[in-house]
Design a protein around this ligand. Sequence first.
Ligand code: PEP
Ligand code: MN
Length: 295
Amino acid sequence: MRESWQDRFADTPDVLRSARREQTIVPVLDFEIGGSEFITMAGPCSVETEAQLLATAHRVRRAGARILRGGAFKPRTSPYSFQGLGLAGLKLLARAREETGLAVVTEVMCETDVDMVAEYADILQIGSRNMENDSLIVAAARSGRPMLLKRGLVATVADLFRAAQIAIENGNPDVILCERGIRTFETAMRNTLDAASIALMKQVSHLPVIADPSHATGCRALVPAAARIGIAAGADGIIVEVHPDPDTAWSDGDQSLDFAEFDKMMVSLAPWIALREDEMGLRGEGHLEAAEVAG
Ligand code: PEP
Ligand code: MN
């Protein structure tokens, strides 16, 4: 690893790749995140109804997803927008896992909800708006569940690493980083996908990195291309919003794919995922570089 990266990220030593820790592999149910398999997480922005969630779960599983996403607690811009089904939503997620075998990732928004969410979820999502909520991160880390840490809207990579360092320091090694787009001067898209940050995080950190093409673009027509960019940059997986009828979704409909669009995207991503696997077989340049320096 470049000496300057070591300096730049010196306050988050446990996040950095080293000879002792080349790659974290997070076990979830019967598979792994951060290993050779590219992992797709998919599902609605919000859990809305039993029919909506179960139909989506079955369809995304058939298309190759491993993990069902869906918010039961929603951080919203307006206090009058749908805030999520809460416990009822968690129960629907658990039911979908039972029916499909998919693992469940869902957001926990406050410290006092951690035990309840951890009872139903396989992975706790810390949302962008909470990436700097240290007490929430500590509580989530102590639950022992793997954590998906989403990069804050105006957070640097170093800020995201600091959040991960707090989780690791509190005894949870199973941290997954997520690039979900950041705020820039560009307003044509909801956010700006910081693709190079994915490559950077993969080179510098041993933690798995996931791309979120849905929140990064805010626009369903751009989601497949942004997913492809994430894979090409070296992501270990993607998290994608899918809804049976996006135009009637209770949140984030504009960026949600319908079932046919999701199926089509998954088929179109297959050759890119195969390329990634070939490259991993040969060991990527970044990995070699880190091993040489450290060894
Ligand atoms: C979400 O995943 O639906 C979500 C709210 O994401 P973010 O925290 O990245 O905005
Ligand atoms: Mn969303």
